[in-house]
Ligand binder design. Sequence first.
Ligand SMILES: C[S@@+](CC[C@H](N)C(=O)[O-])C[C@H]1O[C@@H](n2cnc3c(N)ncnc32)[C@H](O)[C@@H]1O
Length: 285
Amino acid sequence: MKRLAPQLSTHLGLLYGTDCFNLFSALKEESIHCVFADPPFNLGKDYGRGAMKDALEKRDYLKWSFAWLDECVRLLTPGGALFVYILPQWGYHLASHIEERGMLFRHWIALSMKGTFPRGRKLYPAHYTLLYFTKGEPRVFNHVRLPVPVCRHCGKDVKDYGGHRKYLNPLGLNLTDFWDDTSPARHQKFKARWHINELKPMIPSRCIQVATNEGDIVLDPFGGGGSTYEAAEGLKRHWLGTEIATSAAIRDRFRRHVPDLKPASPVTLQRVFKRPDPKFTLVVP
Ligand SMILES: C[S@@+](CC[C@H](N)C(=O)[O-])C[C@H]1O[C@@H](n2cnc3c(N)ncnc32)[C@H](O)[C@@H]1O
């Protein structure tokens, strides 16, 4: 048995450095308002523990995926939201499993993917999947609006809106289920950790804005470079997470982006742990 202290704490969030199943088992059921998960895609990437960990037989990858999804469903409050960022080839398996677990399908959001190339006898892959489910009817659904897109050269609207431009909401366009402004930052200077597939914080940020209010609790079990935690912190949501490999990049991201970063003990998060402990240590096998 080991006791694990958080690797990073703020007055809103806590990050651990352990397998997500260790964190899940420390948490109470129906205690989390929103889960955002961007798991390994089983593409043989080396996340710091050897590429083989991300190159499982299809059956084993799905078994592992279903196990962490079941934990997320257990942890969500009634009406809580689950977002899973995944490749379409896995997305339809995961969606079907999540629905079987009693969750309500809300959207299959397509995120445009640029900079890839077709492999073999396949179409050119042009989107990622973002699954959105809720545990029953959503407890929160906020309308997110986006600025009207303009040409970066001439500054004029990209579309003509069929002569109805003046009727557009001045706050912007309604978010749709097709996001074409979310391609990953490929240049090293925009990424906290080059070898992981780090998302633009805009992706988790939109999900958090849609499905939670200030003070709610967001869980991301696959920390990576910490885009979800940065988004949640900026939106004044509580957040919880873990990263099995090094979390140095997440700490570095917070040092760069969060002013007045100090270790803290977020009191609200006490109530999500089965055995509340002021130091938030996790007991893991
Ligand atoms: C695709 S990345 C997440 C990227 C993250 N969304 C971001 O934008 O920075 C997946 C991460 O999950 C981590 N991981 C893999 N298996 C894990 C597990 N069982 N528990 C916790 N983290 C895990 C990997 O080390 C990797 O950093």
